[in-house]
Design a binder for this molecule. Structure first.
Ligand SMILES: CC(C)(COP(=O)(O)OP(=O)(O)OC[C@H]1O[C@@H](n2cnc3c(N)ncnc32)[C@H](O)[C@@H]1OP(=O)(O)O)[C@@H](O)C(=O)NCCC(=O)NCCS
Length: 145
């Protein structure tokens, strides 16, 4: 498996959106609107490729301000979950966040994914809230590892 940055509005980006649809949206009966995707033009997009070149994981980093970057849309193909792909993506993103001088990574974790982020040393912030009709928690990690 290889983690690479991919560019907005490329075949790789479209493949990643399809994966996100399958993992994060279709099970909830939701889609991405053209406006939501258009807003991602300046996000940092990371994809995990398997040995045959298929995208099996994705996440993006969206700056909130000069010091805080938000990790969004973390998704691993169902057949590849539990094999370390998500961990590899998050760790790669953390290195990039440090290189880009961000001091903190924040995210909105689905309640079901909270144990995954706790293992990666993210801490819970505040109370449960609802997003895409699912319970979520805000989590954070300092890049001063
Ligand atoms: C959550 C997700 C990104 C994790 O990626 P992954 O590649 O499956 O995770 P990894 O194989 O790197 O797992 C790392 C550790 O977290 C644990 N873990 C992963 N997902 C978990 C979950 N949902 N609940 C509890 N533990 C979980 C693994 O068991 C593993 O623990 P171990 O090191 O003791 O074996 C992935 O399962 C996924 O896409 N799930 C569906 C979409 C989703 O919930 N995305 C996150 C939105 S916030």
């Amino acid at each position: 498996m290889t983690i690479c940055q991919i560019e907005f509005a490329t075949p790789e980006y479209d493949e990643a959106v399809n994966l996100r649809m399958e993992v994060l949206r279709r099970p909830l009966g939701l889609i991405y609107t053209p406006e939501q995707l258009a807003a991602e033009w300046d996000n940092l997009h990371l994809a995990a490729f398997d040995n045959s070149g298929r995208i099996v994981g994705y996440l993006n980093l969206t700056p909130e301000n000069d010091t805080i970057v938000k990790m969004r849309q973390v998704a691993v193909a169902p057949s590849e979950q539990g094999k370390g792909v998500g961990t590899a993506l998050v760790e790669d993103a953390e290195i990039r966040a440090v290189q880009l001088n961000f001091k903190e990574i924040t995210l909105h974790a689905r309640k079901t994914a909270v144990p995954f982020y706790l293992k990666l040393c993210y801490e819970l912030l505040g109370n449960e809230f609802e997003e895409v009709n699912l319970p979520h928690f805000k989590m954070r990690k300092s890049t001063n590892f």
